[in-house]
Design a protein around this ligand. Sequence first.
Ligand code: NAD
Length: 467
Amino acid sequence: MADTKTAEEVQEDTAKEDSEEQHTDHSPMASESEREGSGGAKPSQKAEVSNLDIVRHYFDKAADHMGLEDDVRVVFWTPYREVTVQIPVKCEDGKIHVFSGYRIQHNGARGPYKGGIRYHPEVDVDEVRALASLMTWKTAVANVPFGGAKGGVNCDPSKLTEAELQKVTRSFMDKIEKVLGPTRDIPAPDVNTNAQVMAWMMDEYGKLHGHTPAIVTGKPISLEGSLGREAATGRGCVYMFREAAPSLGLSPAATKFVVQGYGNVGSWAARIMQQLGSTMVAVSDANGAVKNEDGIDAAALHDHISQGGLITDFKDVEEIDPEDLVEVPCDVFIPAALGGMIREDNADRMNCKVVVEGANSPTTPAADTILREKDTYIIPDVMANAGGVVVSYFEWVQNLQHFQWDERDINDKLATKMRKAYRDVSARAKEEGLDLREAAYLVGIERVVEAARTRGYIEAPSAKSTS
Ligand code: NAD
């Protein structure tokens, strides 16, 4: 018993580690990027709390509501396994740069660990822990047979050549492959990683284990990637909005929307909203923000950025301060950049009816309260952006059997899964008088606890004495 810890001790320890354990990159490249400001993405203002605080807050709130025992909570406050590796890479400047890589497996009660890999100069163990636990609840809410994990490397891809990026990726895979596997843990793309990065990861893993496409999802189609995966997270956000719209008196064809972050999730959500007849009135990325009340062509903007153009140079737009994006009047605001961008100090300025959280943890607890007081309807990350992991699940299933569904099949199956998740969560929210976020966490936690108890990972509560 001497080694066991109470709930309070675990919280104190993790907070202490969080402040001590900053695995910063001390390479020359890192100090250079600190001086110049990262060319990659980072919120211009820091949120009042960390991503980990955000996820823990929402978990605890739901756990309080369901009366989850303290000793069971402790199991979920900390991850099952954390791997931290050093990645020294000789770059084209002739110097060795040392990056830190993480793979954190939060909980695997419902199946193999699943979660993306993020490349970003700000990646640290605290952020990866937060994202890993969010994946545990998200896979449960979407009801796909996975646990939750996340990975990251604290590099800035905008400062690496393609060859350097490939070296970092292969070296990272070499160092974490022992905890991965198609029935153990299956990575996918996240911020600043894409199908190409997944292809290198699969190839590196294959050198040791033979051709294993099911080791990662989000691969290129030519390497057994799934049709529809690239668009899946953005598409899933739109499907969630479509489910919610009638009860909010909104029709997609008459909807004005704003997108914060025009990468994979944001640009796909925007292009699919546009196909439904909605109008994008403002948009931002790490390079700036623009607006046009009459509409910004989402597909043309995507092409413009893909060809190397800056968002601020796009035709027929007015440049605005990125901090003012939240003020642009719209029906739907889609945060699709980084965590903590809707904060205590800007939530009150938001001018939308609905927030569809494409990004992970975009809304701090204080901002969440402010928005709810303003009657803003929030479709939370833990369900809104689950489309990516749902189609990752389809990709994994296809890979295990080496066949391919066509894109229409994938999108139909995605729609079915997203609709079911939305209906399960909103029914629960109505039954118990909760908002969607609390209800989603509740559904997710219940499913994970049930699996953990059934498989014997945690014991069922002992029968209370009647004497
Ligand atoms: P991405 O790298 O493709 O795009 C990120 C975008 O955010 C880029 O356009 C970048 O310029 C922009 N950005 C960064 N900082 C910004 C800032 N301060 N202001 C405005 N824009 C900024 O990444 P992605 O895969 O689209 O992921 C975006 C979010 O969605 C992340 O929170 C990620 O965890 C979440 N998410 C992604 C997936 C997926 O399948 N890719 C799945 C679920 C959740």
